[in-house]
Write a protein that binds this ligand. Structure first.
Ligand code: FAD
Ligand code: NAP
Length: 311
């Protein structure tokens, strides 16, 4: 068991965590960053990131996150490949324990543990991730100009994604497992009034269909649960929008969370319900799940933590 002490402990190695690290290190705060099991965060799942400023030709998510890691290390962020499993915010310094049984004492903490998109868990889903299956229309919609796409889900996210995709796609089919949508009425009205969108109710996806070498999605096999009939719907892209889950299990009963489990932060700030604990990125922002926004809030958290430490 090793003990680590720092002024700032950053939990998470996505865009929010690395950016917080870069800012904190450049302020001389010698942060420690615990990476978690997904080094680089969600973006490493993306084959191509075209909307992160500074890269006119785009780059892969892995490359972008590798750049951020190297930049953080250049400025002296101490990276530890481990996962925090327990936090104690009741006394100071704060205390966090890790999977490797190490203990991290810190005067302030920046939580940047992100959120995870829910997937359907079907065979072939993993194979076609990034090759026609996406969980982010804002990120990948651009690649489907003039194509036929399917959105799966019936909540606000699914309806917003379907509407957004009409900017690019020739046709959008929204497939929902029940006979009515969960989305807010005003979004449903927009959906029903858009001639580019077709809604299919009572349908569950059974299988993703595609080709190999290179992998590319070609359609889905779905079942109408009322008629029990199975059919194939050709599609160039599938957008899964069945919800996200914030990575906040270890913060339950330690910090104020909203009813979906996201960390509550003060408006216009990364301050949480505990003084000295800050939260940045997707873990506190279900609305704008984008790398540049996560990075921006990581910078905010480092600045706010620095001010708090020198209060
Ligand atoms: P995340 O990237 O989710 O990182 C969370 C980090 O926390 C991970 O490193 C994880 O290991 C760590 N962690 C979690 N729990 C613990 C723990 N207990 N202890 C220690 N560490 C922990 N956005 C764009 O702007 N452009 C795109 O093109 C784009 N494409 C995307 C494609 C895909 C397939 C996906 C899934 C998302 C995409 N996004 C894109 C969204 C973007 O990836 C996220 O908005 C962004 O990664 C959020 O950053 P974050 O730092 O808040 O969290
Ligand atoms: P959500 O409200 O939980 O909706 C998820 C949808 O996916 C539901 O329709 C659900 O079906 C469906 N679903 C879940 N698991 C499925 C599975 N395995 N197979 C097929 N379908 C499945 O999630 P969300 O849409 O991401 O929204 C999350 C929260 O953010 C909500 O509170 C939402 O209001 C909010 N939000 C708000 C806005 C806005 O106000 N503009 C935009 C986006 C999100 P069932 O309906 O049958 O359960």
């Amino acid at each position: 068991m090793a003990e680590f002490k720092s002024k700032i402990l950053i939990i998470g190695s996505g865009p929010a965590g690395y950016t917080a690290g870069i800012y904190a290190a450049r302020s001389g705060l010698e942060p420690i960053l615990v990476s978690g099991t997904e080094q680089g965060g969600q973006l490493v799942l993306s084959e191509s990131v075209e909307n992160f400023p500074g890269f006119p030709h785009g780059l892969s998510g892995t490359e972008l996150m590798e750049n951020m890691r190297r930049q953080a290390e250049t400025f002296g962020v101490r990276l530890v490949n481990d996962k925090i499993v327990e936090v104690d915010f009741n006394h100071r310094p704060f205390e966090c324990s890790s999977e490797n049984h190490d203990v991290f004492y810190a005067d302030s903490i920046i939580i940047a543990t992100g959120a995870s998109a829910k997937w359907l868990g079907l065979a072939n889903e993993e194979k076609y991730r990034g090759f026609g299956i996406s969980v982010c229309a804002t990120c990948d919609g651009f690649f489907y100009r003039g194509k036929n796409v399917v959105v799966i889900g019936g909540g606000n996210s699914a309806v917003e994604e379907a509407l957004y995709l009409t900017t690019f796609a020739r046709s959008v089919t929204l497939i929902h497992r029940r006979d009515s949508l969960r989305a807010d009425r005003h979004l449903q009205n927009k959906l029903f009034n858009n001639p580019q969108i077709r809604v299919m109710y009572d349908c569950t996806v059974e299988e993703f269909i595609g080709r190999d070498n290179p992998p590319a999605i070609e359609g889905i096999k779905f079942k109408n649960v009322k008629s029990d009939k199975t059919e194939i719907l050709p599609a160039d892209g599938i957008f899964i929008a069945v919800g996200h889950k914030p990575n906040t299990e270890i913060f339950q009963n330690r910090l104020e969370l909203d009813r979906h489990g996201y960390i509550k932060t003060m408006p216009g700030s990364t301050k949480t319900s505990i003084e000295g604990v800050f939260a940045a990125g997707d873990v506190q922002n279900p609305e704008f799940r984008q790398a540049v926004i996560a990075a921006g809030s990581g910078a905010m958290a480092a600045i706010e933590a620095g001010r708090w430490l020198s209060r």
